[in-house]
Ligand binder design. Structure first.
Ligand code: HEM
Length: 218
């Protein structure tokens, strides 16, 4: 029985090197440094549950974190460009990190401006969420934008990101990243998390005669 659903559109994170990076409702390219389908090692290291699990039925599956994150778009749209770029740590037009020139340049979190201040701000999203700050951990983001009309209490847009991420161990991946973002992310001024869920996703079908859910229920 379906208890709840969220209509989304226009995936917000690219997940393959063959895709152009999409823009989210804040106008920024999203998914530049996501795990890509072509990197099999990243899938084994960060996405598929492996031999480390104490839940044998989850081996080959993954854990899905879903968050409904509302964007305060009216207030975001009044912010000036340089401030928006400091929120993420990337240029809006090209998607390049503030420490680089091209979209896929690796962010240099140690880069300093001539006056000694960090080029990628200390509370920029890419610094706080990136593997350099999270013991090398990554997640596979696969979200969608959503718009659910107008918030009748305020007359403002009810729109944002339906964040979806896959990982092999949320305690080591999503939770520490979100905790760091929740404490310090420059983006917090412009977003509100309004819903949250965690799903265990059993492995897919390996052979003829298999059925989905066989590992937990078979
Ligand atoms: C409305 C909320 C959010 C927006 C608009 C947003 C937007 C972005 C943008 C524009 C980037 C830079 C481009 C990229 O590499 O994809 C980025 C990076 C990233 N975000 Fe978010 N994000 C949001 C929430 C979150 C949340 C809740 C998490 C996880 C807890 C998260 C994790 C990440 C990660 C891991 C990266 C890549 C960092 C790197 O390795 O450089 N984001 N996000």
């Amino acid at each position: 029985m379906i208890r709840w659903s969220q209509l989304g559109f226009g995936r917000t994170s690219s997940t393959s090197t063959s895709q152009q990076t999409e823009r989210n409702l804040m106008g920024f390219k999203d998914g530049t440094r996501n795990i890509k389908a072509e990197s099999a090692d990243d899938f084994d290291d960060f996405v598929w549950v492996g031999g480390e699990t104490d839940q044998a039925w989850m081996k080959g599956g993954s854990y899905l974190v879903a968050r409904r994150i509302r964007m305060l778009i009216e207030s975001w749209d009044t912010d000036y460009l340089a401030d928006q770029e400091n929120v993420f740590g990337r240029y809006k037009t090209s998607g390049a990190p503030l420490s680089g020139k091209q979209e896929f340049d690796t962010p240099d979190v140690r880069a300093k401006a001539f006056d000694g201040t960090p080029v990628i701000p200390l509370n920029a999203q890419i610094r706080l969420a990136g593997p350099e700050t999270n013991s090398g951990q990554k997640i596979l983001r696969r979200g969608y934008s959503y718009t659910d009309g107008i918030d009748l209490d305020t007359g403002l847009l009810d729109a944002g990101l339906f964040f979806i991420a896959y990982q092999k161990d949320p305690r080591r991946q999503f939770v520490p990243i979100q905790t760091r973002l929740g404490q310090r992310d420059n983006l917090n001024e412009y977003i509100r998390h309004t819903g949250s869920a965690l799903f265990a996703v059993p492995p897919g079908l390996a052979a003829a005669g298999d059925w989905w859910g066989k590992s937990p229920f078979g």
